[in-house]
Structures are given as structure tokens and as C-alpha cells.
Write a protein that binds this ligand. Structure first.
Ligand code: PLP
Length: 409
């Protein structure tokens, strides 16, 4: 597969390319923001969709046994997880499924623990459904990796504990936790010990844990992805939600799935899916997902080293810009970078102003860290899942713009 190929996405309604600053006489903005890849999908996927589209009847479609077999096979081969057909439930897009989980396991006004900074729509699914996000700030260690707590003798769950008691002081009962694993925006891949500590903490506080594992296929050695479903001792209080949408860039197709080993827990999710009218998936999404789970492995095996090199080169480049510190993620295709040294020049109040000015004047778009919550202030998130020339052109524009408009503080 030629991942260097620049594919023109104009005219396809691509959010990544359409929602950018445009101005007569100015060059097009390079979009390195939303987590959407600019690579061609596996050929088998396009062929399967075209084949299905060639049949002219597009009626209601049930989820086939073949779909679940393909999904279980993917987890067995890629993540050594022995899940079977009974453990999966299909849902709408991952964000919508998170909303369904929130409504299924909590009552309005109850608290949902969420370590932040975090992928904003996950936070919004708590808030927009009338529940209280109970934020537990993650700690950034010296290597730019987020952890549940600061290094040292204190238990890793101390920050979680503090968040719960602050919520309790406001009269909020916290009954659920949402985890982003691997972590967006920071790229941490939670290891088994961290996950176990998180789950034990949740059990102690009678919380259900829903883990958003959509980035699980982008984990770079020596790290290894561990799912919350790999802890049978916690099965009665944990479920994961995931999708092929990051791995194979199927965000426009809006299909996700829950993974739950416990029958009772799965039953609650099933009722939630029904109550939302989301228990019959989209026909093309099913065709696409079954195909990639069956045949997409070699495409992904080629793509991951390409992305990893993008990340390495990108981080090296960023670290040559005065006032910028880029961090290589353990997982995801997203680079998290501290630009507080740039903003300190006094021109920009924060990363929001900085990224807006950069997009307008420098013609490259990143996601401001503050979008992911207060803990992200002073950071930017850069999407490295694009042809290398595009990434490096975007970073070069950033460097040139910073040299002209910023003074490192
Ligand atoms: C952590 C996380 N969850 C969910 C999503 C979106 O998933 P979906 O498009 O299936 O709703 C994203 C997209 O970037 C993400 O980063």
C-alpha cells in the first residue's frame, strides 16, 4: 500500500478538510486536527462495499453470525482475548454508544468519574445526558506520559479518590466511570497494573466502568494493549466500547460494539440500545466492519510502522522549535505537544488563541489542548495519520509561523 499517496478528499464532505479557515488569496490550510486518517482503505473493503452496493435492494439488515465471528477472530488474533459472539453487542457510533451506556447505568444528576484531559465528546455524553462529569485530573510525568497519579509512594488512585470526595461534598453520588484506553489526547496505553488499580478502585466505590477502547489497534511495541475485558474478576462491573472507526478510518459509517462478559451487564446495555432505537445497524457499516476484521490485518501491519515513523519524525521536528516540546505517544496516531513556552511570549492568552491564529496565518490546523479540558491548556494535539509529506509540510508551516509571530518564553 502506498501511504505516501496524497488523496484529494475535496468534494467528499470530509469534516477534516471542510472545517478549516478559508480566505481568498491564501493557501489551503493543512488539516492535522480531528482523528481521521488520509490513507486509502484496504482494497478488500472498497471491493466489498461496491459489491454490496451493486445489489439494488438496501432493506433492514440483521447482524450475521459471520460478523460476530470476524469480530471475535480479530480480538483473538490481535489482542489474545477469548471473547465470543455472546460477548458483543452492536451499537451506533462509539460516542453515541457511550451516551447509551451513561443513560443505562446512571440516573440524571448522578456522577460519572472521568480522568481528564480527555476526548471531549466522551465528557459531553455525560454532561449532555444530564449527568455530572466528575473530573479526576491525570498527572503528566517527566516523559510526557499521563498517569492516574503522580509518581511516588501514594496510591495511583489518590486523584480519583479526591475527585469522588469533592463530588460527594457537592451532594453528587458517583456510580460510573468512563475510561479512555488507550488515552486520547495523551497517547498513554494503560498497563495491566494501572487498569487493575482503576478497576479495584471502581469496585470499592460500587461503580460500573465503561472503557472506550477505540484506539486499541494503534499501540506501539514494547507497549501492549490490555482491554478491561481481560479481567474476568471484574466482569460484573466492566464493559468496553470500540469500533473499526479509528483502525480503518470508518468514522463516516457510525458502527460500534460493546464488549461485556457478564450477562446481566450486557442485558442492561441491550435494553439501552433498544430504548435508543439503535439495535439494528447500518447495512454498509456492517459490510465494511466484517470485511476489515476478516481481511484488514495485513493492511494495518503495513500502516502502523508508517505512522510510527511519522510520529518519530514529527516529534523530532517539533523538539527543534524553540518553546515546543513534543511527546511520542505509546498508542494512538496523535502527538501531544506542550506549547506553553510559545504562548508565554505574551501574544496569545492560551493554546486556543494560538491554534486559531496559526490556522488563519500559518495555514495549518491543530487541535488546541484546552478542547480536552482544563488540564490540556498549553498543549496542542497533532494528527500524524497522513502522508508524511503532508505532516512535515504542516509542521514546517508551524515552525515558520512560530519564528515570525512567537517568542519562546
Ligand atoms: C477516544 C475516542 N472515542 C470515540 C471516538 C469517535 O468514535 P466514533 O466515530 O465511533 O463515534 C474518537 C474519535 O476520535 C476517539 O478518539
Amino acid at each position: 500500500m502506498n501511504f505516501d499517496e496524497i488523496i484529494d478528499r475535496r468534494g467528499t464532505g470530509a469534516e477534516k478538510w471542510e472545517m478549516v479557515h478559508r480566505e481568498e488569496g491564501k493557501r489551503a490550510v493543512i488539516p492535522l486536527w480531528v482523528a481521521d486518517m488520509d490513507f486509502p482503505a484496504p482494497a478488500e473493503l472498497t471491493e466489498a462495499l461496491v459489491r454490496r452496493a451493486a445489489h439494488p435492494v438496501y432493506g433492514y439488515t440483521r447482524v450475521s453470525e459471520g460478523f460476530f465471528e470476524a469480530l471475535a477472530g480479530w480480538y483473538r488474533r490481535r489482542h489474545a482475548l477469548d471473547l465470543d459472539r455472546r460477548h458483543f453487542l452492536t451499537g451506533p457510533g462509539t460516542v453515541a454508544s457511550l451516551g447509551i451506556a451513561v443513560r443505562s447505568f446512571t440516573e440524571p444528576g448522578q456522577g460519572v468519574l472521568i480522568p481528564t484531559p480527555v476526548y471531549k465528546p466522551a465528557y459531553n455524553m455525560i454532561r449532555f445526558n444530564g449527568r455530572e462529569p466528575v473530573e479526576a485530573p491525570l498527572t503528566l510525568n517527566g516523559e510526557g506520559r499521563y498517569c492516574f497519579g503522580p509518581p511516588g509512594p501514594a496510591p495511583v488512585t489518590q486523584a480519583l479518590e479526591r475527585a469522588l470526595s469533592a463530588a460527594a461534598d457537592r451532594g453528587i453520588k458517583t456510580v460510573m466511570a468512563v475510561l479512555c484506553s488507550p488515552h486520547n489526547p495523551g497517547g498513554s496505553v494503560w498497563d495491566a497494573e494501572e487498569l487493575e488499580a482503576f478497576l479495584a478502585f471502581a469496585r470499592q466505590h460500587h461503580m460500573v466502568v465503561i472503557s472506550d477502547e477505540i484506539h486499541s489497534d494503534f499501540v506501539f511495541p514494547p507497549k501492549r494493549f490490555v482491554s478491561v475485558t481481560a479481567f474476568p474478576g471484574y466482569a460484573d462491573m466492566t464493559a468496553a466500547v470500540s469500533a473499526a472507526n479509528k483502525t480503518f478510518n470508518l468514522g463516516g459509517l457510525h458502527l460500534s460494539y460493546f464488549m461485556a462478559r457478564d450477562e446481566k451487564l450486557a442485558g442492561i446495555l441491550k435494553r439501552g440500545l433498544r430504548a435508543s432505537g439503535c439495535d439494528t445497524p447500518n447495512l454498509f457499516a456492517l459490510t465494511a466492519a466484517e470485511t476489515v476484521f476478516r481481511c484488514g490485518g495485513s493492511w494495518l501491519d503495513e500502516l502502523k510502522p508508517y505512522i510510527r515513523l511519522n510520529i518519530e519524525k514529527g516529534v523530532r521536528f517539533l523538539n527543534c522549535i524553540p518553546g515546543v516540546k513534543g511527546f511520542a505517544p505509546e498508542g494512538t496516531y496523535l502527538i501531544w505537544a506542550d506549547v506553553s513556552g510559545l504562548a508565554a511570549g505574551g501574544k496569545f492568552r492560551d493554546d486556543m488563541e494560538l491554534t486559531a491564529a496559526l490556522e488563519r496565518e500559518g495555514r495549518v490546523k491543530f487541535t488546541p489542548g484546552s478542547y480536552f479540558g482544563a488540564g490540556g491548556k498549553g498543549f496542542i494535539r497533532i494528527n500524524a495519520a497522513c502522508p508524511r509529506s503532508q505532516l512535515m509540510e504542516g509542521l514546517t508551516r508551524f515552525k515558520d509561523w512560530a519564528a515570525r509571530f512567537c517568542s519562546a518564553g
